[in-house]
Design a binder for this molecule. Structure first.
Ligand code: NI
Length: 174
């Protein structure tokens, strides 16, 4: 079990569009394992590769929240949205790269995604509820976009200032 350090906003590596995964190599499979370990340890419901400093198009998620329910880890490589509902939903989002900050973000209520699985095969599924919100939030990360980029500039700057302060405090504590 390997927990990788999670980058905290602001960080240029979180703003950079990621490159497609060319092949599902042992390195990619190891990265997926580490990302799931890191996500469950945090704990969080989703984690994108750039958040652990690897600029490739891949994220993990598990939005099963009920106590005692079977975990449902998912690894999505080179994901893309093939359909989005006209209906939208608003969810109070957070992000492991922006600890303890939450804000309402409105996104399509349901999305269909296509991606490559860890076994190299093409996968497709429709997501709704928290799964849809999480999948779109994580896909945003692969394009260098954070949930605060969906907010107005005043709120975004306020949260960014808090993160700058948090990073300064953490650096001081060593
Ligand atoms: Ni996030």
């Amino acid at each position: 079990m390997t927990i990788r350090p999670i980058l905290i906003h602001p960080d240029p590596r979180l703003k950079k569009p990621c490159a497609p995964v060319e092949a599902v190599t042992p390195e990619i499979r190891a990265l997926a394992d580490d990302m799931l370990d890191t996500m469950y340890d945090a704990p969080g419901v989703g984690l994108a590769a750039p958040q652990v400093g690897v600029s490739v198009r891949m994220f993990v998620m598990d939005c099963v929240k009920e106590d005692g329910a079977e975990p449902r880890p998912m690894v999505l490589i080179n994901p893309e949205i093939t359909w989005a509902s006209d209906e939208v939903s608003t969810y109070e989002e957070g992000c492991l790269s922006i600890p303890e900050q939450y804000a309402d973000v409105t996104r399509p209520e349901r999305v269909r995604m296509r991606w490559t699985g860890l076994d190299g095969t093409a996968q497709e599924a429709e997501f709704d509820g928290l799964w849809a919100t999480c999948a779109q939030h994580e896909l945003d990360h692969l394009d260098g976009r954070l949930f605060i980029d969906h907010l107005g500039p005043i709120k975004r700057q306020m949260i960014t200032r808090r993160m700058v302060k948090l990073k300064r405090e953490r650096a001081r504590e060593g």
